[in-house]
Design a protein around this ligand. Structure first.
Ligand code: ADE
Length: 258
């Protein structure tokens, strides 16, 4: 997969792209991620990327022209179409995404869907937003990483790139890892985990994990995952994959949960 990031702050991506799992995946050629500076594409003398909003209002807006020209250059370099308005099933392997609090919320399901594309182009906004015409013509999808407002789209782009990249086969060490965790197919939060030593500051590892009985361990983990989900995110239980017995058990806790 290739991820292109269009931003006026390329330097923000240096450490994130080079460290840890993303850095290793890039070095191994499993994923290519590149941040491109929008500013040099500005046609204005001083390479401005923002201007006052028509109709007044607080703050500045990112102008359409530098974004459009940057998008065209990146698409031409990669040999992909740069215009939006394709239906998702016609995405031709490329999705152009604008990070914005106004977007659809990033979920594990959306990350899984995006991880199947060959190419993502992420546009990071700044100031009070972006001229709508740039979005109408060059963006397929607006994505928010949560119900709060960031100073710009860069942190959102990092979050999206990270959670998509780890779903690409080979990026994580073990193929099983992305399945057996929070927001996996079962839709439950993850059970508690323990490593050595067996006792830490007076707290022991639960006995069941030490006896080597894999069926018992699996049953305990499942029970814990359901308990933790019930406690912290009962909303997830509405869509989680549960057995009839588990559903009956949960109605004892709270009739309104399911
Ligand atoms: N830019 C500003 N706030 C954002 C958010 N919540 N998600 C994605 N991009 C953003």
């Amino acid at each position: 997969m290739t991820i292109d990031i269009l931003t006026i702050f390329t330097e923000m991506f240096d450490s994130v792209l080079n460290a840890s799992i993303l850095g290793r995946a890039r070095q191994a050629g499993l994923i290519e991620i590149e941040a491109t500076d929008i500013r040099p594409f500005s046609a204005s003398k001083h390479k401005n990327t923002d201007d006052y909003p028509f109709g007044g209002g607080a703050g500045m807006l990112m102008m359409a022209q530098p974004i459009a020209d940057c998008m065209k250059a990146v698409c031409e370099k990669r040999g992909v179409p740069c215009l939006s308005n394709l239906e998702p099933h016609e995405s031709a392997g490329v999705r152009r995404i604008y990070l914005s609090p106004r977007g659809v919320k990033l979920t594990q399901k959306l990350a899984q869907e995006l991880s199947k594309e060959d190419h993502l182009i992420l546009l990071c906004g700044h100031y009070e937003g972006v001229d709508q015409r740039a979005l109408d013509k060059y963006i397929d999808l607006e994505v928010s990483i949560g119900d709060y407002v960031l100073t710009g789209g860069e942190l959102g782009a990092m979050v999206l790139a990270d959670c998509v990249a780890r779903l690409i086969p080979g990026v994580l060490g073990s193929e099983e890892s992305p399945q057996d965790e929070s927001f996996s197919d079962a839709g439950l939060l993850e059970y508690p985990q323990y490593t050595r030593p067996r006792e830490f500051e007076g707290m022991a590892v639960p006995d069941v994990l030490l006896n080597g009985d894999h069926a018992k361990i699996a049953a305990w983990r499942r029970e814990q995952a359901i308990a933790v989900t019930l406690e912290r995110r009962p909303d997830l239980l509405k869509t989680a994959t549960l057995t009839e017995k588990e559903k009956r058990m949960l109605t004892v806790f709270d009739d309104r949960t399911l």
